[in-house]
Write a new protein. Structure first.
Length: 180
């Protein structure tokens, strides 16, 4: 990743919510499968990030942003609020890099930062899902995630048409060798 980029934990702030909303709308418009359909309204995107950052403020998740100066180039969310019988697990979600910033290592750096936080929090298992069509399966496999399975016709792509989803997991932290 270019050294000038800065990865930071995001908290509830009007300008941060505006940046995240703009990025989410852009990603969905460009075919990114991140739970929303195109066209995504500013109201829906803002409501999503307000709720997400409120959860981050409560420590239930970590939302990371990668900034190039004042421009939000990418983001990822680490979901920490797991059920009582899964205190060792966390989930990677809402990984996205602005089209103009792709291929510069931003998502890789965000993923590494999220994994480091998960380890700090004592988590030993990460899971995630990604669309089979135009998703990020290859990206996660390069980063050591193991394919657990495929659910057919799981979700609509943002521009229409069903896609399978692929489930991934990765063991992390001190216990990864013990658990494998
Ligand atoms: C997936 C995504 C986040 C990657 O962002 P990025 O910042 O360009 O990723 P990086 O630059 O860190 O990529 C690292 C490597 O993975 C590769 N890569 C990126 N996306 C990939 C994909 N979908 N499939 C296979 N390889 C991929 C890159 O070519 C790069 O390879 P290299 O190191 O050999 O050059 C970005 O393409 C994106 O926002 N996609 C739309 C939203 C989405 O699908 N998010 C995932 C939801 S689970």
């Amino acid at each position: 990743m270019v050294p000038a980029y800065r990865i930071t934990r995001l908290t509830s702030d009007a300008s941060v919510i505006a940046d995240l909303s703009e990025l989410l709308i852009h990603i969905v418009a460009n075919g990114g499968s991140v739970s929303f359909m195109h066209p995504l309204t500013s109201e829906k995107a803002t409501a999503f990030w307000k709720t997400s950052l409120a959860a981050a403020d409560r420590g239930e998740r970590v939302v990371l942003g990668c900034y190039d100066g004042d421009v939000l180039a990418g983001t990822v969310t680490l979901l920490l609020d797991c059920p009582p019988n899964q205190p060792h697990r966390a989930e990677i979600a809402k990984m996205m890099t602005h089209v103009n910033y792709r291929g510069k290592g931003i998502a890789s750096a965000l993923l590494q930062a999220a994994e480091n936080i998960a380890v700090e929090q004592g988590r030993t298992l990460l899971n995630l899902d990604t669309a089979a069509d135009e998703g990020a399966a290859g990206f996660y496999e390069r980063h050591g995630y193991t394919k657990a399975g495929i659910i057919p016709d799981y979700a609509f792509k943002p521009l229409g048409g069903l896609t399978d989803t692929i489930l991934y997991y990765k063991k992390i932290g001190k216990n990864d060798s013990l658990n494998s």
